[in-house]
Design a protein around this ligand. Structure first.
Ligand code: PEP
Length: 258
């Protein structure tokens, strides 16, 4: 029995235009309905590119789908001269309830640092978007045995100064960078080790009650064949899925992990 409602989240990255998005969301919803998916038991959400969000909103609202959705990033600002950026207010108007923040590809390719990630969490909270904060170490840090310290430092820097009340809808995804899109998965023990360490850190920064309420996901080459073992960890409350979320049947199987 889960204390927290598991979340299976699909990060589409820079894949699927708005036409493909409609087909994928429809197929996902049908497949989950056919399988009798209980959304009250396991939440399923998708994170399409910005340009798909309007189509996803129309579909979810029109067909009264129980899927939730969000964006893969947001601006730390609310409006103004920020060419190419998208603010939280626009996302909220498109029915987004969540937003990925600090994905390793944003940290690496766009050089997002802890300070910017902190500001993005603040922006998400201003617009009642639940931040899905991504943390995790690269290969060098892992090989040096410094992964726990590194990951917890990212958590602490991102959350600094926020109250537990502000963070009531926070979700954290532990994603070891060396396991993203590489086919290498951290073992279920690694996922549990870090999920537990993150929860202990939250208890230290806030309260045990708060720490127990936050969902901590694992991400990194999750598939239908490995999801059940990963989610056996008592502190692992779901998965953030990249590649395998682009296939409706495979992603539905992941959501049906039990
Ligand atoms: C991700 O992008 O968050 C991710 C975990 O990707 P993949 O499942 O493809 O490793």
């Amino acid at each position: 029995a889960y204390v927290r409602r598991p979340l299976i989240a699909g990060n589409w990255k820079m894949n699927m235009d708005h036409i493909q998005a409609i087909a994928l969301v429809q197929k996902l919803a049908w497949t989950l309905d056919d399988a009798g998916h209980d959304y009250g038991r396991v939440e399923v959400s998708v994170f399409p590119p910005f340009t798909d969000l309007r189509s996803v909103q129309t579909l979810v609202a029109g067909d009264k789908l129980s899927l939730t959705y969000g964006a893969q990033d947001l601006s730390a600002q609310d409006s103004g001269a920020y060419t190419g950026d998208i603010p939280g207010g626009f996302l909220a108007k498109l029915g987004c309830t969540q937003v990925l923040i600090g994905h390793s590809e944003r940290r690496e390719i766009h050089h997002e640092n802890d300070e910017l990630i902190h500001a993005k969490i603040e922006a998400a909270l201003r617009h009642q978007l639940s931040p899905l904060l991504c943390v995790g170490e690269g290969l060098q840090v892992r090989e040096a045995g410094d992964h726990v310290r590194h990951t917890l430092a990212q958590v602490e820097a991102a959350l600094q100064g926020f109250t537990a009340e502000q963070l009531s809808e926070l979700v954290i995804a532990y994603e070891p960078v060396w396991a993203i899109g590489t086919g290498k998965t951290a073992g279920p023990e690694d996922a549990q080790e870090l999920a537990q360490a993150i929860r202990s850190k939250l208890a230290e920064l806030y309260t045990a009650e708060f720490a127990d309420s936050v969902r901590v996901l694992y991400g990194g080459s999750v598939k239908s064949s490995n999801v059940a073992a990963i989610l056996e960890g008592a502190d692992v409350d779901g998965a953030l899925v990249g590649g395998a979320s682009l296939d409706a049947e495979e992603f539905a199987k992941i959501a049906q992990f039990e």
